[in-house]
Design a protein around this ligand. Sequence first.
Ligand SMILES: [Zn+2]
Length: 309
Amino acid sequence: MQAVPTGVARDEIEIEHKGHERFTKTTKGPRKVHEGYEEKGKMMLVIDDAARGKLGRDDAALAVGTVTTWAGTTRVAATAQGVRQVWLPDWHGAPPVVASSAQPLIAVVQPGTGAAEHHVRQALAELAAYFAGELRQFTVVLDVQGTAFFRAVWAAVAAVPYGATCSYGDIARELAAPMATRAVGAANGANPYAPFVPCHRIIAADGRLRDYGPGLPLKHRLLALEGALPADAADYPTWAARVGGGAPVWLGVRAAAVVCRPACARPRQAWDRAHVVFRSLAAAQAAGFRPCPRCAPDRPTLLDTERPA
Ligand SMILES: [Zn+2]
């Protein structure tokens, strides 16, 4: 793929490509450029401006494919070294309209060369299983490009397990760079590998979901899929019962730095924030959460079937 010259109005550029009609068009503001092949009115490849810089000059070797699920259409590009870029569907505003289909739809739109197609097929299959709630751990290989700091952040983010959440500050402290919370946020925002690098599991210090490139509603849906949050306020009691898998749990309410019983009004009212799930009261206290004065998890009641550790 030809590089787009800078300083030229993007929608004036014409690029030829044998076999297919090539187009370049600008949408949603000056920096977002869509470019690709068009055949019989169907878009085959879309690579936007931000992506091009990361993809480099080996575009012909890229394998590109899509998977369509309840979340919309996710596009993946891979080199022979691994997945280079993922484009999640845009959930700003209304969620994408997807025809109801029992099976996720996978399409390889450009096979690429070498091992690229293998990586893209594996990525699409893993995404289909992940969106179906059937896959908790990705194993696809990533072709990671970026500064040493970005790569360190992405590695730390990738270590946050399915169903868990972690704050930007937690990641900064883990990297021994406690002052770098904002830089961690920037690295997280620039992550081209979501959800393989699960930046949706990174939340604000007070438990608010805050930012997500594809849109906050998708971040909430993914966290709810993983069981980190209830789907909505009505789902809270069922979520609280299932989050421990039948075992008792305690919820660390980040904004108040208190640990609560799941039945307490405090975590229930803040159902749309990510609480820290603890298996014991002692673990919560060791992590710096003090017992909530309202629900007093440190004082056993006759109704308790469990005893605080
Ligand atoms: Zn409480």
